[in-house]
Design a protein around this ligand. Structure first.
Ligand code: 5AD
Ligand code: FES
Length: 347
C-alpha cells in the first residue's frame, strides 16, 4: 500500500508530503498519527517542555490581514508592560517551575534595542532561565546585541512559504526578506523557531508542503504550526477557521519530516478544540506554551477571538498541564529544553 511505504521512508519529497496532507480516510489518518508519535518518541522522547509566555506589548506596526493585533485595528485597547511588571511576571513563571520565558510582542519599535537588552539582562541576573524572544523583524545589529545579552532563542514564523501569499497577507512584504532575517538570527547565535499558519484563505496542500520543507531547509530548532482562526476585526473576518483535523495532519507530517525539532501544541489549537493540546501532543508535539500575561493586559492580546486560558489563573496552569501530560504517559521536562540539534546539546 502506497501510504505504508511513504510512512516508512526517511526523506519525503513535496509530492509525498502533499499526499499525506490530503489523506481523508480515518484509518489512513490514524496511521499517519501513529507514525508521527513513533518519530516523536524516537527523536525527542517523552518529555514535554513548558515555556511561559509574557505578551508584554500589543502595539504592532504591521498590518497582517489575518491578525487581530494589526495596526489598523483601532478597536483594540493597546498596552505596554513596565520592566517591573515584566520581572514580576517572570518571577511567577519561575515559581511555577518553568525554565523558559518567552517575551512576545507585536512589532513595537518603542521598545528600543537597549530597552530589550535591559529586559533580557534583568531577567537573566535574577533567574536561571532560558529566554526566547518573539518580537517580529528587527535589525541584524539588534539580534546580535540581544543574543550577546543572554537571549537564547528567537521565534520568527515564516507564516507561509508561498511568496505570492506571503506578499498578499503582509501588505506587499517579501518572503525572501523574512528568510534573510531568519538567517541573521542563526548567524547571531540564536536557536531559531519558525513555522506557519495552516487553513489560511487561498492556501493549498502544496503550499503547506513547502512550509514544512522550508522549515527543514532552515533546520529550525523549533517549528510552530498554528491553525488559522478568523478574527472579527480583520479583513479575513468572514473566512472559515482551519479544521482541527487539518492542523493535526500538518503537525504529524512536520514531525515525520523534521524529526528532532521542538514542536508546540499551540494555544490556537487549544482554542479550536478543548482537547487540542492533548491531541497535538499525540501527533508529534512536545512543547506547551502557557500564557502568564497578567490581567488587565491579557484580554487585549487578542490575535483571534476566544483565546484559550483568557480567564484562567496562570499560576494554576503548570499544575493542571502536568496532570494532563502525565495522563498521556508523558512527563514534564525538568531542564531548560534547549534545541535537540547537536550544536546546542551541551548548552
Ligand atoms: N489565527 C491563528 N494564529 C494567528 N496568528 C496571527 N493571527 C492569527 C490568526 N488569526 C499567529 C501568527 C503569529 C502569531 C503571534 O500568531 O502565526 O506568528
Ligand atoms: Fe503584528 Fe502581523 S499584525 S506582526
Amino acid at each position: 500500500m502506497i501510504l505504508k511505504s511513504i510512512l516508512k521512508k526517511d526523506n519525503l519529497d513535496k509530492f509525498e508530503i502533499s499526499f499525506l496532507l490530503s489523506l481523508s480516510d480515518k484509518k489512513d489518518i490514524d496511521l499517519l498519527y501513529q507514525r508521527a508519535d513513533e518519530v516523536r518518541k524516537k527523536y525527542v522522547g517523552d518529555d514535554v517542555y513548558l515555556r511561559g509566555i509574557i505578551e508584554f506589548s500589543n502595539y504592532c506596526e504591521q498590518d497582517c490581514l489575518y491578525c487581530g493585533l494589526r495596526k489598523s485595528n483601532d478597536g483594540l485597547e493597546r498596552y505596554r508592560m513596565s520592566l517591573d511588571n515584566i520581572l514580576l511576571t517572570a518571577g511567577n513563571i519561575v515559581k511555577s517551575g518553568i525554565k523558559t520565558i518567552v517575551l512576545q510582542s507585536g512589532e513595537d519599535f518603542l521598545f528600543s534595542k537597549s530597552d530589550i537588552t535591559n529586559i533580557i539582562k534583568s531577567i537573566k541576573e535574577k533567574y536561571d532561565v532560558a529566554i526566547t524572544l518573539s518580537l517580529g523583524e528587527r535589525s541584524r545589529e539588534e539580534y546580535f546585541e540581544w543574543c550577546e545579552a543572554g537571549a537564547d532563542r528567537y521565534l520568527l514564523k515564516h507564516e507561509t512559504a508561498n511568496p505570492k501569499l506571503y506578499s498578499m497577507y503582509h501588505q506587499g512584504q517579501n518572503l525572501a526578506d523574512r528568510i534573510t532575517h531568519l538567517n541573521y538570527l542563526r548567524e547571531a547565535g540564536f536557536q531559531i523557531g519558525s513555522g506557519n499558519l495552516v487553513g489560511m484563505p487561498h492556501q493549498t496542500n502544496d503550499d503547506v508542503a513547502d512550509d514544512i520543507l522550508l522549515c527543514k531547509e532552515l533546520d529550525v530548532d523549533m517549528c510552530s504550526i498554528s491553525p488559522f482562526i478568523s478574527s472579527p476585526s480583520t479583513p479575513y473576518k468572514k473566512k472559515s477557521n482551519c479544521s482541527v483535523e487539518y492542523v493535526l495532519k500538518t503537525m504529524a507530517v512536520a514531525r515525520i519530516v523534521l524529526k528532532n525539532s521542538h514542536m508546540p501544541a499551540t494555544t490556537a489549537l487549544a482554542t479550536l478544540d478543548i482537547e487540542g493540546r492533548e491531541k497535538g501532543l499525540q501527533v508529534g508535539a512536545n512543547v506547551i506554551m502557557p500564557n502568564f500575561t497578567p490581567n488587565p493586559y491579557r484580554k487585549n492580546y487578542l490575535i483571534y477571538p476566544d483565546k484559550k486560558c483568557l480567564t484562567d489563573d496562570p499560576m494554576n496552569c503548570a499544575g493542571c498541564l502536568s496532570i494532563m501530560v502525565q495522563s498521556l504517559g508523558r512527563r514534564i521536562g525538568v531542564d531548560k529544553g534547549h534545541s535537540l540539534k547537536k550544536d546546542f546539546i551541551s548548552i
